[in-house]
Design a protein around this ligand. Structure first.
Ligand SMILES: NC(=O)c1ccc[n+]([C@@H]2O[C@H](COP(=O)([O-])OP(=O)(O)OC[C@H]3O[C@@H](n4cnc5c(N)ncnc54)[C@H](O)[C@@H]3O)[C@@H](O)[C@H]2O)c1
Length: 301
C-alpha cells in the first residue's frame, strides 16, 4: 500500500539507504535533515524548530525518526548537546505529529541502552542501564514514544540496532569500527584496538536493517521494541583479519590497554524481530564487508 512518509535524518548513512528503498517500494518520501540529500525532496532544517517543521506533517501516514547525534564518546564530553538534540528533537517531532494526527512513529534506538549487559546474547528484557549520555538519550526517546502510544494511541516502534555497517558510511569523524579499519588498512595507518581484540561485537548490514524498517511499517497499534542484529557475533580481531584478506593488505595493529567497563561480549538475540516482523539478517559478515570495501574503493581516491 502506498504511504506518505516523512523521514528525519534522511541525509545520513542509514537515512539515504532507507529513503531510496522507500521510494523504490512506491512510497512518497519527504526528508527533514540539517544536511542536504538530492535524491528525495529534502527540507533542510533542524527538527528542533517545531514551528517550521510542523507544516510538513499534514497528511503523512508514517514518520521514520532517524535524526540524532550519534557519537557515544562525544556525548560524554558534551552531554547537554546530546540531550538537547536527541531528546528534545524527538519531542518536537512527536508534537508535530500529534497536532496533525499522524500516529505511526518508527525510530532508531540503539544497543547503547543496555550499557554493560548482564547476559549475552542480549534479549529485550535485559536491564537497560546506559553508560553514556548517548545511550541515555535513546532510553529517554523510548520512554517518550511509549508515553505517546499510551496517551494518544500512537503506534511506536523502537528498532534497537547493534553495530550497523555498509556502503556509504562516511561519518566525520569516523569512530565506527568497520569504516575506520578499512580506511586505516588502506592508508597503511595504525589500526588501534583496545586490548587483544577478542571482544565480540554484533555487526549488522545496512540492507538488513533497512528491510526491517519496511516490515515494521505494518505493525499494529501499540509500542514495539526489538533488537536488530547480525548473523553471528564476531571478535574485533577477526573483523580485521577478514578485511586484510579482502583488501589484500596487512593491518598494522596497535593494541591499547583494555578499557575498563568495555564489555567483552556485546551481541543480541534477535528472535523477537524474527517472531514479530518475520525478519532475520540475511547478509553474512564476509559478504557485507566485501560490499563495503567495494564502495570505499569506488568512492575514495
Ligand atoms: N550507525 C550505527 O551503527 C547506529 C547504531 C545504533 C543506532 N543508530 C541510530 O541510527 C540513526 C541513524 O544513524 P546514522 O549512522 O545514519 O547517523 P548519521 O549521523 O549518518 O545520520 C544522522 C542524520 O541526522 C541528522 N540530524 C541530526 N540531528 C538533527 C537535527 N536536530 N535536525 C535535523 N537533522 C538532524 C544529521 O544531519 C544526519 O544527516 C541515529 O539515530 C543513530 O543514533 C546508528
Amino acid at each position: 500500500m502506498h504511504m506518505n512518509i516523512l523521514v528525519t535524518g534522511g541525509s545520513g548513512f542509514l537515512g539515504k539507504h532507507l529513503c531510496r528503498v522507500l521510494v523504490s517500494a512506491g512510497h512518497s518520501v519527504l526528508n527533514i535533515d540539517k544536511k542536504p540529500f538530492s535524491e528525495v525532496e529534502t527540507i533542510q532544517t533542524d527538527v528542533l524548530d517545531q514551528a517550521k517543521i510542523e507544516q510538513y506533517f499534514a497528511g503523512k501516514d508514517a514518520v521514520f525518526h532517524l535524526a540524532s547525534y550519534i557519537e557515544a564518546g562525544e556525548s560524554v564530553e558534551q552531554p547537554e548537546k546530546y540531550l538537547q538534540n536527541n531528546v528534545m528533537g524527538t519531542l518536537s517531532v512527536l508534537e508535530a505529529m500529534r497536532k496533525h494526527d499522524v500516529k505511526r512513529f518508527l525510530f532508531s534506538s540503539s544497543a547503547a541502552i543496555y550499557g554493560n549487559p548482564l547476559h549475552t546474547p542480549i534479549k529485550e528484557d535485559e536491564r537497560t542501564i546506559p553508560i553514556n549520555p548517548y545511550g541515555v538519550t535513546k532510553m529517554a526517546m523510548e520512554g517518550l514514544v511509549s508515553s505517546y502510544v499510551e496517551s494518544y494511541g500512537f503506534t511506536g516502534v523502537a528498532l534497537r540496532y547493534f553495530n550497523l555497517y555498509g556502503p556509504g558510511e562516511d561519518h566525520v569523524p569516523e569512530t565506527h569500527a568497520i569504516p575506520r579499519f578499512i580506511q586505516q588498512i588502506n592508508k597503511g595507518e595504525d589500526v588501534t584496538i583496545w586490548g587483544d581484540g577478542s571482544h565480540k561485537r554484533d555487526f549488522v548490514y545496512i540492507d538488513d536493517i533497512v528491510r526491517a524498517h519496511l516490515l515494521a511499517l505494518e505493525l499494529p497499534q501499540g509500542y514495539h521494541y526489538m533488537n536488530l542484529s547480525g548473523k553471528n557475533a564476531t571478535s574485533v580481531i577477526d573483523v580485521i583479519h577478514m578485511l586484510e584478506t579482502i583488501l589484500g593488505k596487512q593491518a598494522n595493529v596497535k593494541h591499547f590497554e583494555f578499557r575498563p567497563g568495555d564489555p567483552l561480549e556485546l551481541f543480541a538475540d534477535a528472535s523477537k524481530a524474527k517472531e514479530v516482523l518475520k525478519w532475520e539478517p540475511q547478509v553474512g559478515l564476509e559478504e557485507g564487508l566485501q560490499k563495503t570495501v567495494e564502495w570505499f574503493r569506488s568512492h575514495t581516491a
